[in-house]
Design a protein around this ligand. Structure first.
Ligand code: NAD
Length: 310
């Protein structure tokens, strides 16, 4: 059966990875990108992903880059918008999309924080607007949060999930269009407590990272937090919560410790210091270690035909 044509708006960090994974799954992909430089380097960036994953680069012939929206999304059954995180810009792109695609083409936004409900608010056919929150880098991290807006229809959710599954991704259905969806809410709940522990002098930042990486983080790819609660028993989880929950950080808004770091220009690896100190070489080593680890997991998933779990 012929695969649906996919449209991608934006060939930046996320857009090029999203283009790759659909092309690798056998779809024709039309990419709209305003920057001539990014259009010119797209093929080379896609080739680098194929090399990293050991894939046949022939799949990249299915990707075409365009400086206009219409040819990129012509005949597309599914379009992913991965343009900058600005509401007015995304609304304009969605209005342009509606004028250039069929009424049943699914329009998905990869927005991290802007509700897709708002992005699609002024469209005529709002039942086909959906959030599709990929994680960085999308060609290595399998999760996609498929977010149901106030108006998204059930069949649109089902088609989106099926398409993503067919591209080797692990889609999950988020039933409400809430800030942070699921993944970022969990991630930042953990960061809030991590920052408070360091701010309160309980330990330094390196110790927090060691505790996560060598402790509960080491098992998390296999055992999610609720699975783990079921494993040890909810009675034990309740006993722990009775004692602990009252002591967890409740600072309203971002922690002053974080605000101070940013005010002091301590922004992390890019300035040589954030919560921890970094030489350029140490920062490169961390990036390379992460890239190799994620690529190894992606290859393992591909060879075993599984999605989402190691
Ligand atoms: N970077 C991440 O880790 C990450 C993760 C998940 C989701 N997101 C979301 O994905 C989206 C894109 O983020 P990114 O990191 O790829 O940004 P990016 O800046 O790397 O890419 C955005 C691209 O859009 C292009 N662009 C600008 N205006 C455009 C227009 N009018 N039409 C078409 N293209 C246009 C830019 O030239 C650029 O190449 C954002 O909404 C972001 O919040 C990012």
């Amino acid at each position: 059966m012929a695969k649906e044509k996919i449209g991608v708006v934006g060939a930046g960090l996320m857009g090029h990875g999203i283009s790759y994974l659909f092309a690798a799954a056998g779809h024709d992909v039309g990419v709209f990108e305003l920057s001539a430089e990014l259009r010119a380097t797209l093929a080379q960036r896609l080739r680098a992903i194929a090399d990293l994953l050991g894939d046949d680069p022939a799949c990249l012939d299915r990707v075409s880059a365009h400086d206009q929206l219409a040819p990129a999304v012509q005949n597309a059954g599914f379009v992913v918008e991965a343009a900058p995180e600005k509401l007015a810009l995304k609304q304009k792109i969605f209005a342009d999309l509606e004028a250039n695609v069929a009424t049943d083409t699914i329009l998905a936004s990869n927005s991290s924080a802007i509700p897709s409900t708002e992005i699609g608010r002024h469209l005529k056919h709002r039942e086909r607007v959906v959030g599709a929150h990929f994680w960085n880098p999308p060609h290595l991290v399998p999760l996609v949060e498929v977010i149901q807006t106030e108006t998204t229809s059930g069949p649109v959710i089902a088609r989106t999930m099926e398409l993503l599954r067919g591209a080797g991704m692990k889609p999950v259905h988020v039933r409400k269009d809430i800030p942070g969806f699921i993944g970022n809410r969990l991630q930042h709940a953990l960061k809030r407590e991590a920052i408070a522990l360091v701010a309160d002098g309980v330990c330094d930042a390196e110790t927090v990272d060691d505790v996560v990486k060598n402790g509960f983080g080491a098992r998390m790819a296999v055992l999610g937090p609720l699975e783990q609660s079921d494993l040890v028993g909810l009675d034990l989880t309740l006993d722990i919560h009775e004692v602990l929950i009252q002591h967890l950080d409740r600072t309203p808004g971002p922690h002053p410790f974080l605000r101070d770091k940013v005010a002091q220009g301590r922004l992390g690896m890019k300035t040589g210091e954030g919560f921890r100190r970094w030489t350029p070489q140490q920062a490169d080593e961390v990036r390379e270690r992460l890239r190799r680890f994620l690529a190894g997991m992606a290859k393992q998933r591909k060879s075993s035909g599984r999605t989402g779990e190691p």
